[in-house]
Design a protein around this ligand. Sequence first.
Ligand SMILES: *[C@@H]1O[C@H](CO)[C@@H](O)[C@H](O)[C@H]1NC(C)=O
Ligand SMILES: *[C@@H]1O[C@H](CO)[C@@H](O)[C@H](O)[C@H]1NC(C)=O
Ligand SMILES: *[C@@H]1O[C@H](CO)[C@@H](O)[C@H](O)[C@H]1NC(C)=O
Ligand SMILES: *[C@@H]1O[C@H](CO)[C@@H](O)[C@H](O)[C@H]1NC(C)=O
Ligand SMILES: *[C@@H]1O[C@H](CO)[C@@H](O)[C@H](O)[C@H]1NC(C)=O
Ligand SMILES: [Cu+2]
Length: 621
Amino acid sequence: MVLPLLVATCIAFMFDVCSSKTIIHELNISRITSPTGKQLISLNGAANSLGPVFRVQAGDSLNLLVNNDICEDQDLPVYGEDYCNTSIHFHGLVLENEAGGKLGALYDGVPGVTQRSIPPQMSFWYNFTIPASLEGGTYWFHSHSSVQYGDGLRGIFLVDSSKRDEYLKRVVAKLDSDGTAGELLTDLPENGSSKKIHEEVLAVSDWYSKSSVDILKEVMSPTGGPDPRVEGSTLNGDQNSVNFPIDAEVEYVALRIINVGMSGTNVLHVEGLRLCVVETDGVLTKPYMIDTLSIAVGQRFTVLVKVNKETSSARIIHGCGKMMGYITKTHWLTRPGVDPGSSFQGNMRSLPGLDKSERYRDFVPRNGDLLPAPAQQISLDYAYESDLKETYQTGMYAVNGDTMPEFIPDGVLLEGDRGIRKPIELSTNQVVEIAINAIDHMTHPWHMHGHTFQVISVGRGHDGPLYYDNPGSTAMRRYLDDVDAWEGKVPMTRDTINIPGNSYAVIRFNASNPGFWLLHCHVEWHMAKGLGVILAEGDAKVDAVVSAFKTFQPPEISSASEAQATTEVTASPTESTTLDSSQNVQLQSQQKGSKAKVLVIYVAIMCIFNAGIGLFFFPRR
Ligand SMILES: *[C@@H]1O[C@H](CO)[C@@H](O)[C@H](O)[C@H]1NC(C)=O
Ligand SMILES: *[C@@H]1O[C@H](CO)[C@@H](O)[C@H](O)[C@H]1NC(C)=O
Ligand SMILES: *[C@@H]1O[C@H](CO)[C@@H](O)[C@H](O)[C@H]1NC(C)=O
Ligand SMILES: *[C@@H]1O[C@H](CO)[C@@H](O)[C@H](O)[C@H]1NC(C)=O
Ligand SMILES: *[C@@H]1O[C@H](CO)[C@@H](O)[C@H](O)[C@H]1NC(C)=O
Ligand SMILES: [Cu+2]
């Protein structure tokens, strides 16, 4: 009975199914003390402020087992339940609803909204499929509980796809024939270049000498302000300069850049070379040449850099924004045997092409259409309010007068519970536009869950707020100008955007993804101070939110002989693969060697082969 079904499924999805796989990872989350006495959250035992890299193909499934070992009983009074509980959000990944009515929202990782918080000494599985429709892009994952991500509960999440690979090769072919002058590159050749593209991930962040959990105490004290002083910066978790060696024959480098920070916008410049932007937050873009890239907290970019064979090294100049100016670091791309040179001593402000505003007219998607005029328009005003001190004993941010915790009930929104405030209801399956207005003089990076959005308009600083019923305002004039300019074009599409002080941004999306979604400032301290709202989309109430916590214990191995037609394949000394006919994967508890940090198990891929019509299990790396 099962076999004919599998055969039918395999034939129907021959190509897709045969190349997709289930990847199993385990994340052991614990608390450690650094040599300087700073409390950090460690992932799989590593002492780094940045966790592992998870790498998947669009269409793969990820089963991630999260073991919460942050606190023991005696730690609860010290750190509080908020910091001892945990959750994981996959930043930017828009998960599709699955057959059988399973909501993608269930794995968005927001405690109180899409799931119950994972309590201490308990485990939780995040099982979901990365949509096959994704073009491939750069994402990250991080805790959505308290300020845990700043203490280390964050890592990189890369989605690969053949569409992305082919596109990058075509852009390289264009750069190869036409050079790197100009701005927008048009008329890409049909055939991609066969030249090797060397890839590096650059995760940038601000840095503080105290742990986030200690800073939070100050921020949330009666006199605590929302912006603790940025004291340093990191690249890939490292406070030092980082050297990226590149082989002698490499001519093209793809930099996948992510701001995994708590607060500061970062800028990057590769001295003497130009940057060709090809991705904004998981969306492939028309290649656009710039000299200096500005990255808000939560944003991602891919840039292609052409390095001449004669270039023996190039300085990567990295500025991490703080209240006044930058923390400046120098990193290097170097050829074999070449000593990196000296550090950059210049002024960040004199870097060519430095532009910290959102370049929403430049970085446009390579595909798609402008969404039609919205059926619903919403204005949100946000400001820092000190008179909320009564309830919270500290100054808090409010959006249209409400602060984020008021939206979050004791239960879980998806179960139908409500907080003090009802979520903002969106018109289901309609195009919605939200004007986010800064009644505040600072720049804030706003991130939306559950969608990428089209950036219709972003004001300059001091344009003031945008109200749809006030056509004469500076903001409204700029907005109408932009709307006209988009005729026949596609606006920048992404999930995170910097909104200048005393100004606005207008985002547009189709409210076609049922769930409760956060729209919030991604500054870790501002989230703690309530800067965000919850949007309600579609009929998202589900009968039972996944809340299957298990006591954290080494996973059991089921006897391989129980499974029918079981094959076991060892992919590498640190990885093991167990395959069984029901496509279930069992974790193996025996770690092979202490070097093993991430346990990866690949599941059976069912393929039909030849005329023999045999059932075939096909493990893939
Ligand atoms: C911690 O998690 C438990 C279990 O989900 C939940 O009951 C409790 O309210 C959470 N505490 C906080 C402060 O989120
Ligand atoms: C692209 O590649 C194909 C196959 O190698 C070749 O037949 C074709 O002529 C190429 N097209 C161009 C425009 O170079
Ligand atoms: C919005 O999504 C709904 C549901 O998928 C779809 O029916 C509708 O056509 C979409 N609207 C636009 C303008 O794309
Ligand atoms: C998640 O995946 C794991 C490993 O494949 C499996 O044991 C578990 O039952 C799955 N949980 C859910 C809720 O699907
Ligand atoms: C997580 O911890 C368990 C229990 O100590 C251990 O068996 C497992 O190998 C660890 N996993 C990783 C990925 O470090
Ligand atoms: Cu903010």
